[in-house]
Design a protein around this ligand. Sequence first.
Ligand SMILES: Cc1cc2nc3c(=O)[nH]c(=O)nc-3n(C[C@H](O)[C@H](O)[C@H](O)COP(=O)(O)OP(=O)(O)OC[C@H]3O[C@@H](n4cnc5c(N)ncnc54)[C@H](O)[C@@H]3O)c2cc1C
Length: 320
Amino acid sequence: MSGAAKSEWSAKNPYYTNITENYILNGEGSKKETRHVVFALGDSGLDYKVGDALGVIPENPPHIVDELIEAQGWDKDSIVTTHNGERTLYEALKKDFEVHMASKKFVQSLAQKVVASGIKINVKMVSRSRGDAIWNASENEPLPPELKPSAPSDDPADKVEHLNTDEKAMEDYLWTRDYVDIMREFDAKYSPEEFFELAGRVKPRLYSIASSHDAHPGLVELTVGIVRFSYHGRNRGGLCTQFMADEIGNSDQKVGVFMSPTKSFVLPEDKDIDIIMVGPGTGIAPFRAFMEQRVFDGGNGRNWLFFGDQSSKTEFYYKD
Ligand SMILES: Cc1cc2nc3c(=O)[nH]c(=O)nc-3n(C[C@H](O)[C@H](O)[C@H](O)COP(=O)(O)OP(=O)(O)OC[C@H]3O[C@@H](n4cnc5c(N)ncnc54)[C@H](O)[C@@H]3O)c2cc1C
C-alpha cells in the first residue's frame, strides 16, 4: 500500500462510495464545525500516500434545489439534457450545476430580462449640481464622476445597470445572495435551458488526506471545516462541506471520490531524519497522516507538530 499507483478513477470518472464515520471534532460551545470524515475505498483499488489529497464531488442542498424550482415554477420531473446527459430537472439541478451561489453571468443576464418584462421609460437629465460642481446637458460633456449617483434608484432596471457597471457593487451583491434571492427580487423567469447556460458546472473540491493508508487499510480520512452562513433569513454555506455534513453519512447516499496525488509534499525517505510540521486549524490534516505514517514506519526520526486554533478547550483536534 501507499504506493499510489495510477488508477482508473478520476474527477470525470469518480468512484462512488459510502462514508463510514462522520463526527464533529469541536468541543461543546465551539463556534466552529470541524468534522472527521471517513470514506470506504471498497473494491475500488484506490491507493494513496501521505500528502495526497482526495477529490470529492459535491451536490447541492435539497432545500435550495426545491426553492429554485418553486421560484421558477418549473416541473421537477421534466426531462432535460445537460453536459451529463438526459435526466430529470431535479437531478440536473442537484448534481450538475452549482446552484448554491449565483454567477456574475446570471446577474448580467438580468439586463435583458428586467427591461423586457417592464415598461422602459427614458428620462433625460438636463442639469445636475453638487457643491461647486455644475453640469448642463447642453454642453455635450459626459456627466463628471463626482456628479454620478452613488446609489441606484428603486427602479429594477436601474439597479441591474448599477450592478453591471460597478464591479464592487456586483461583488458585494453576489456575496450575500444566491439564485433564489435574485429571482425573487427581480421576479425574473428563465427556462431551465437558459438557466443551465448561466450557472456554473459542479466542480470537485480537494481535501488533504488525514490518514495513512498503511495504518487504515481500505479507508481514507479527512478533517473538514464546514462553511455555514446565513443571509436574508436563509441558511446557506459551502457546497461540498454542507454536503458532507448534512447529507452523506446520515443515509446510504453515495459520494463520488478520486485521488489527487502530490509529487512534492512528501515525507523524507530516510525514516531517521527529524521533521518539524506546522498545521493550524484544518491544516493539521496532512500532518496527522504524516504522524501516522512515521509511527507505522517505525524509524528513529523525531517529529514535532505545531498546531493552533481559536481555543484549546474546543478546537484541540486529535488531542489523543
Ligand atoms: C489541496 C487542497 C487541500 C485542501 N484541504 C482541505 C482540508 O484538509 N480541509 C478543509 O476543510 N478544506 C480543505 N481545502 C479547501 C476545500 O477544497 C474547499 O475549498 C472548502 O472545503 C470549501 O468548499 P465548499 O464547497 O464547502 O465551499 P464553496 O461552495 O466552494 O464556497 C466557499 C465560498 O463561500 C464563500 N463564503 C465563505 N464564507 C462566506 C460568508 N460568510 N458569506 C458569504 N460567502 C462566504 C467564499 O467566498 C467561498 O468562495 C483544501 C483545498 C485544496 C486546494
